[in-house]
Design a protein around this ligand. Sequence first.
Ligand SMILES: [Zn+2]
Length: 213
Amino acid sequence: MEPKVPWWTSPIEAVAVKRKNTQESWPTYKTLLKNEDNQIKLKNFEEIRGHISDWFQYHQLFEKFKSDKQKGFSTEISRFESDLVNSKRKTLSKTYRLLLDWTVKEEEVTVAMVRWSQDFGHSITMAQWENLWKINWKFTNCYMIRENFQKMQHRWYLTPWKLSKMYKKVSRNCWTCGESGTFYHMWWIYRKIQVFWESIHAELQKMLKISLK
Ligand SMILES: [Zn+2]
């Protein structure tokens, strides 16, 4: 969520012994650090003595700062900060929404998407995928074809390869030619399928009177 140490963390709160039922305001890194010659440093004892109790705490703080520094600091305001840390109201529903968002984002790259780029031998950008989802799939209003399109994209079909993982006795090879029955093979590489696609390609060119690469 926050790969670097965010500005809004309070190192003292992290090391302090908590007293129950108190709402103390702990100084955050935003208060405690300074940017000097493009380097993030802990302020001097004198500069922050109003925020900390004594030298001992300053020492603790320094140790914490040293270890956090290795991860680096994120000085940009993240959504986590703007939506949650700085907001006093409706925290629960906001947290929930934020977490949902995060989960969805992490799942954006699905197994199927990775497999497709492995099969094609080149990467497919997120923009190209989005184009496919948002624009290309509207090429028809026919729901049967749309369904087909979705199933293809998500590699929904059961191939010999998949079936062999479900059932021990099933061979994972193509039932016609004996090569490994992966999705890509069954759909594209298998030579009879190739002939089929080539005829479609030829027909399309004839119908549309254009040459398709
Ligand atoms: Zn085959």
